[in-house]
Design a protein around this ligand. Structure first.
Ligand SMILES: C[S@@+](CC[C@H](N)C(=O)[O-])C[C@H]1O[C@@H](n2cnc3c(N)ncnc32)[C@H](O)[C@@H]1O
Length: 238
């Protein structure tokens, strides 16, 4: 496959082999990674640390992985490191609207064993003025509708038996709480079977420097990683 500006392909052959394995980690439904890993670009707003993604890769052992909203490239860096240091042989495809790929309008070049999706948390960070950018949706309903189309496109690219992991946070705006994660959980069915809900503590957010003492509501300091599985349909004997 070719490396184009619009997307990033990573084949195991692209990376030099073998250093030493990274320490393993027992994962539960509650995770917290106070120390940032070296992947991606911390200055890219909304960038996530790659440790949860790395732990999911170690757990599910996918051979082909995609990230259609790769932002600064955190997942690409994690896969490159795993291929280099843990003798993995994982193929990676990643892209983003900033590279010209609109996940709502274009199919992913699947099938993949794992599709990682880290969408904008509605308008909490505005990534661009492009009308296709999920962060530009005017209303909550419009955002949820567009998010569903994006996730459906991602799910279509999952191989039967494979998974889609959606990293998502809720939003509070003008004292209104918008439970985005609940909306995504309710999309189970068209997005496959909801198999795990992981609560991830948020660290190093810009809002960490805001004083909330006078605020009535409890500050949000967690996000969700929702794991959907595409079950293998067994054909019934005629
Ligand atoms: C939360 S950020 C992802 C950050 C990334 N995980 C990282 O570690 O850098 C969300 C990304 O979604 C992208 N995006 C928004 N609308 C999109 C669309 N319609 N198609 C593809 N990407 C989109 C934005 O450009 C942004 O990079």
């Amino acid at each position: 496959m070719q490396l184009t500006q619009k997307q990033t392909f990573l084949k195991p052959a692209d990376v030099p082999a073998v250093k030493q394995p990274l320490p393993d980690r027992e994962m539960t439904s509650l995770v917290s990674y106070p120390v940032r890993g070296p992947w991606g670009d911390a200055s890219y707003r909304g960038n996530c640390d790659g440790t949860l993604f790395r732990d999911l890769i170690r757990r599910y052992r996918p051979r082909r992985v995609a990230d259609p909203m790769m932002g600064s490239g955190t997942t690409k860096d994690v896969i490159a490191e795993l291929n280099r240091c843990e003798n993995s042989c994982i193929e990676y495809w990643g892209s983003d609207l900033r590279m010209g790929f609109d996940v709502v309008a274009e199919p992913l070049p699947g099938p993949f064993d794992l599709v990682w999706v880290h969408p904008p948390y509605w308008n909490i960070i505005r990534y661009s003025d492009d009308a296709a950018d999920l962060s530009t949706c005017e209303t909550f309903d419009e955002f949820i509708g567009t998010l569903f189309l994006a996730l459906r496109q991602c799910y279509d690219a999952v191989f039967p038996g494979g998974r889609m992991a959606v990293l998502m946070g809720d939003v509070r705006r003008n004292r209104c709480y918008y439970p985005i994660a609940r909306e995504v959980m309710n999309m189970a069915g068209p997005l496959g079977e909801l198999r795990s809900v992981i609560i991830k503590a948020q660290h190093n957010c810009r809002s960490d420097h805001v004083t909330y003492a006078s605020m009535e509501d409890v500050p949000i300091q967690h996000e969700y990683c929702l794991i959907f599985k595409k079950n293998i349909m067994l054909r019934q004997a005629a």
